[in-house]
Write a protein that binds this ligand. Sequence first.
Ligand code: ATP
Ligand code: MG
Length: 306
Amino acid sequence: MSGFVEKPEPVEVPGLVHLHTGKVRDLYRNEKGDLVMVASDRMSAFDWVLPTEIPEKGKILTQLSLWWFDQFIDLVPNHVLSTEVPEGAPADWAGRTLVCRSLRMLPVECVARGYLTGSGLAEYRESRTVCGIALPEGLVDGSELPSPIFTPATKAEVGEHDENVPYEEVARRVGAETAAQLRQATLAVYNRGRDIARDRGIILADTKFEFGCAVAEGGSDGEELILADEVLTPDSSRFWPADQWQPGRAQPSFDKQFVRDWLTSPASGWDRHGEQPPPPLPEEIVERTRAKYAEAYERLTGTRWS
Ligand code: ATP
Ligand code: MG
C-alpha cells in the first residue's frame, strides 16, 4: 500500500487553473501561461505522503532550491521567473511559491550518484553494475564511487518506484544528442553541488534533477535544456553528515531519519509492510524533523533560517 493518506483539495485562486497535486507541490497555471509551483509542507516516507505536515518544510525547500539555482547559473539556465505570490492567493504562499516557465518536461529522472546506496546498491549486488555501468568489486553500502555516474530513471506514478534504465534507453527516448546533453549537465551540476556541500560538512551522496525544453511559438521545442523542478533539496537528494559517514552500513540521513526511525519503531504501532496507512507523527518528531530541514538550509547556504 502507498499513496496519500489524505489527498488535499487544491486552493482556489482567481486567475489560476489548478493542474496537478504532486506528492509535495501543487501546480497551477496563471493567466500568462506560466507555471505556479507551490511547495507544501507535506512529507513522504516509505512511499506514503504522511498525514502530518512538517511546518515550513515547503518554504525551506523553495528557498534552498533558489539558492542552488543561483550557484549553477553559469552552468545551466533554470525555469524560475519570479517568487511573486499571485494576487488573491493565501498569505502562506509567500516563500513557498515559484513562478516558472512552463516547460515540456523530458521524461527522464536525471540522477547523479557519487556514492553507492539505495536502488544503485541493489543493482550493484545483483550484477556489479548501476544502470548498466560497470563498477569495481568490493563496494559496500555508502562507498564512494571512483567518479560520479549518471544513472537515469523513468518516472513512476505516486506510490510506484522510479525504474533505473540504461543510458541507451534515454537516448532512445529523447534522442542521442539530448541524452548526451542531459548526462553532461547532470554531472556538471552534481559535481559543483557536491563540492559546495563537502565544504560545509555534508556529503551529497546522490540527487535527481529534472530538465525541460522551452516550448516555442508554433509548438516546436527550443534546443536549450532548462533545469526545472527543485534542485539539491533534502527531498531530491541524499545528504549525509560527513562526520558520521561510515561505509558498510546505512548512513544516517540528514532529514528523514527521525521520521523513518519512529515509523519503524514499536512506538508508532505501524507495520510498514501491512495494509494500513502510517499514523500521524508525534509533535516531538515533527519538531526535530523541521529543525533538521532548517539545519540543512543553514549549513548549505551559510545563512540563518528565520
Ligand atoms: P516526486 O517529485 O516526489 O516524484 P511529483 O512528481 O508528484 O513527486 P512534485 O514535486 O510534487 O512531484 O510536483 C512537481 C511536478 O512539476 C513534477 O511532476 C515535475 O515534473 C513538474 N515540473 C517541475 N518544473 C516544471 C516546469 N518548469 N514545467 C512543467 N512541469 C514542471
Ligand atoms: Mg518532485
